[in-house]
Design a protein around this ligand. Sequence first.
Ligand SMILES: COc1cc(/C=C/C(=O)SCCNC(=O)CCNC(=O)[C@H](O)C(C)(C)COP(=O)(O)OP(=O)(O)OC[C@H]2O[C@@H](n3cnc4c(N)ncnc43)[C@H](O)[C@@H]2OP(=O)(O)O)ccc1O
Length: 460
Amino acid sequence: MEIVGECIYNNPPVLVTPSKPTPKLALYLSNLDDQRLLHFPIQYIYVFTGTLDMDTLKVALSRVLVDYYPLAGRLRASNEHDGKLIIDCNSEGALFAEGFLPGLTARDFILGHAKPHKSWKKLLYKDEEQSFVCTPPLVVQVTHLSCGGTILCTAIAHCVSDAFGAAHFLRAWARAAMSEDSELAHPPVAPCHDRRALAPRCTPRIAFAHPEYTAASGGDDASAVAEASSRLFAPPLSPVSVTFTAAHVALLKKLYAPSASPLEQCTSFEALAAHVWRAWVRALDPPASLPVKLLFTMGIQRLVKPELSGGCYCGNGFVLACAESTAGQLAASAPDAARLVQETKQRVDDDYVRSVIDLLEVRRGCLPDLAATFTISSLTRQGLEDIDFGAGTPVHFGPLTSEVYCLFLPVIGDPRGTTALVSVPQAAADSFERCCHDGLDDVDVEDKNQLPNVGDGMAS
Ligand SMILES: COc1cc(/C=C/C(=O)SCCNC(=O)CCNC(=O)[C@H](O)C(C)(C)COP(=O)(O)OP(=O)(O)OC[C@H]2O[C@@H](n3cnc4c(N)ncnc43)[C@H](O)[C@@H]2OP(=O)(O)O)ccc1O
């Protein structure tokens, strides 16, 4: 859905600072935070049919920034550490903008057209002059709609926090907005901003091949492979959003089970990841011999030793796990694809995570190898979709943009459902969507009356 009008700002944005003094320090960022891959903001859009009270929202933000003080600081390249990014926790404040957009209604987002469009960027204030590092780590815009509804957009610098930390912060902010009691401004579980548990080893030890960061070795047909993989991302790209209901997910878990034994089942994520990865490869139809990869984000809070359990870890607590196959093998078997995802998950343990951290120390500035790679980041089960800031729960929640990496998003009203959102070459978009629906038609017939009545159901 394209947003046609322009946002009207009656006042310049303001800085919201913590309501009490907060620690003044230069906060160390781990190598998982300070990677080039994460030099962008995590941008969410929440659409409410009700009205948000601006004073309440600002006061609540100011109260929660006491606990989440790094979000009120500024990113800076550190002189002592070879230009590595740190957060200067200086309480300068989060940027808060307020605008009005005539002509747009909250209902527009619930009619099945709620796929991000580049015009949505106007819903989030941006100073075009400022680089990523100079932009405040937290930017918020509230946009009032003529229907009385409200849009809340947030941008959180990814190198400061991952989606888990962002969800923790957003829930704490909403809780504070819903209560006069200042004690409730503190989250039930304290955020942990200290990243020293993820420091590299004194002598870095890269103990694995790490195909997520390393290109497969060339060989004679390297240029043919490069050519084939570039076609997988050939512009123009088109966003595709496919919602898998709880019933679809249950069926996929059966179709992708590595064997008939009840002992060898797969999780919702394993089935969905294997299915969507296969749909991508089948739709784009590269040569069967093309090596293809799946990268997916894996939370490490419970995998590292000791666990990151001192409160809610608010830095980036994930690594990229990497499954490898060829286009032909992947398309051939659903259970084999799910088994690959499972085996990949099993390889990620404390040793693996420490090795990634050391690799990022030795190869500062390196980026993942994305050639012929499908990337998934799962944002489900984080309680992002039912946050109430005082105007009821949202009628739409999602990212502000669609990219070449696929996001698994929660579905409003269907806690076991998942929406996959990803941009693919326009010429393959319909085919990708068909491949995602492949094998699920029977469920659609049974399930028609059970689709959630909010959001876009099986719509794309
Ligand atoms: C907005 O624009 C953005 C945003 C971003 C953001 C990027 C990021 O920040 S990425 C980092 C955040 N995400 C992660 O770190 C992923 C976290 N998830 C995991 O690590 C998962 O373990 C997994 C690797 C994705 C796979 O998990 P799974 O196979 O499901 O295994 P388990 O999680 O162990 O679950 C198994 C089983 O346990 C039960 N269960 C687990 N959690 C829950 C829960 N919360 N509630 C209820 N039950 C749970 C459940 O039975 C599971 O089995 P199922 O079969 O039922 O699934 C970037 C870019 C942008 O533009």
